[in-house]
Design a protein around this ligand. Structure first.
Ligand code: FAD
Length: 382
């Protein structure tokens, strides 16, 4: 066996790209296989909490992201109809002081581009859609849609909610439609009109059955994003997303606060996404295959921590490789699962219930987590 095992990462999403960088930093032999021919700046925003920023510090992109993103002083929760404040969670300087890094909101495409730019070109293989994988005991054979075949010693499935690696481990099973759609729109910040609340830098508007989360995605606050959660009984799983419209938004948020109406009026383009989930998986790895992120624990996005969990997973996996040696992959994978499953499942559950920060609560267990210094627990004997 070579000195450093060959590690293949399937998928260069937020989780896969971050994991590949961390592996490279530790001197591992890494190759990333991504089905897309390239990436574009898709219309979506993302929260990046201090728990993730500490990992980005290690990757070397913390300062660049800090410069790009918006730094809200608070997460507000407001009543969707009246605008009354339901919760005011301190972020800004408080987050830096208390949790050890900033809390920011940013354009998802800008964040992803920084992660991709941090990777040397030689490790990236685009237009590589994995269609089959065989763990041959001494190595893994990977088969791609273009007919090519490659081999690695360890394969990390960071290939999202419809993961090919998950299917190899657990058989074909589509994810569950969670009964909710998320409308997503990014557009230039509209001018504040008289009679409306000023635009909070980060606010979630709630009623009992639906919500709209709004935040800036640039440091200049010139681009605004909203993402909703709206109950819709049926959805054809063949479509991950479809175009939506201002009229659909007006109908879904009829009678809501004037600020919400102004946001709908200012919308340029809006899409609607199905929200997908899986129950916690009975296993995260087998042989030379291991899962992370949405491949392993897809969740409703209502805690804004899905990508955070994917990136934390990657960081913990690399830590476990270092701890026991990547050649000892069975032990490394067991240690990884023992140190990730409980936290990821907790976040999955709270995301499902959609209760996070609706009222004042202490988010320290989530934002204060440092994957590099968290004491490791031993794997349970099987
Ligand atoms: P993905 O980002 O899905 O990446 C998977 C990658 O694998 C893709 O690049 C894909 O092209 C590639 N791939 C797939 N199959 C193959 C194959 N067979 N061969 C090769 N490549 C393949 N999370 C947050 O932390 N904060 C937020 O604010 C937030 N907001 C969200 C809002 C919405 C509406 C939604 C739907 C999600 C949100 N999330 C948020 C969750 C977050 O987007 C996901 O949890 C996160 O993207 C998971 O990262 P991943 O790397 O595991 O998977």
């Amino acid at each position: 066996m070579s000195k450093s095992p060959r590690i293949a990462v399937i998928g260069a999403g937020l989780g896969g790209a971050a994991t590949a960088s961390l592996l490279l930093q530790e001197g591992f032999d890494v190759r990333v296989y991504e089905q897309a021919p390239s990436f574009s700046r898709l219309g979506a925003g993302i929260h990046v909490g201090p728990n993730v920023m500490k990992i980005l510090r290690r990757i070397g992109i913390e300062d660049a992201l800090n410069a790009q993103g918006s730094h809200p002083d608070f997460w507000y929760s407001r009543h969707g109809l009246t605008g009354d404040v339901l919760a005011q969670i301190p972020l800004g300087d408080y987050a830096v002081k208390t949790y050890g890094a900033s809390y920011l909101t940013v354009h998802r495409g800008d964040f992803h581009a920084l992660l991709i730019e941090a990777l040397p070109e030689r490790v990236m293989a685009y237009s590589k859609h994995l269609v089959g994988v065989t763990d041959r005991g001494h190595d893994v054979e990977m088969r791609f849609a273009d007919g090519s075949v490659e081999h690695a010693d360890i394969v990390i499935g960071a290939d999202g909610v419809n993961s090919c690696i998950r299917e190899e481990l657990l058989g074909p099973e589509p994810p569950k439609y969670a009964g909710y759609l998320a409308h997503r729109a990014v557009f230039p910040t509209p001018e504040v009109k008289a009679g409306m609340l000023p635009f909070d830098a980060c606010v979630k508007w709630w009623t009992d059955d639906r919500h709209m989360m709004t935040y800036f995605v640039t440091s200049k606050a010139d681009e605004l994003y909203y993402v909703t959660g709206v109950p819709v009984e049926q959805w054809d799983l063949n479509d991950r997303w479809l175009p939506s419209s201002k009229d659909e938004m007006r109908e879904a948020f009829q009678g809501w606060h004037p600020t919400v109406q102004a946001l709908i009026d200012a919308t340029v383009e809006v899409t609607k996404w199905s929200l997908l989930e899986r129950d916690p998986l009975p296993l995260w790895s087998r042989g030379r295959l291991v899962l992370l992120g949405d491949a392993c624990h897809p969740m409703k996005p209502h805690m804004a921590q899905g990508a955070a969990m994917a990136i934390e997973d990657g960081a913990m996996l690399v830590r476990c490789f270092k701890e026991v040696g990547a050649h000892n992959h069975a032990l490394a994978f067991a240690l990884y699962e023992a140190n990730r499953a409980e936290r990821a499942s907790k976040v999955q559950r709270i995301s499902h219930d959609n209760t996070w920060l609706r009222t004042n609560e202490d988010p320290a267990w989530c934002f204060g987590y440092d994957v590099f210094s968290e004491p490791l627990v031993e794997p349970k004997a099987k």
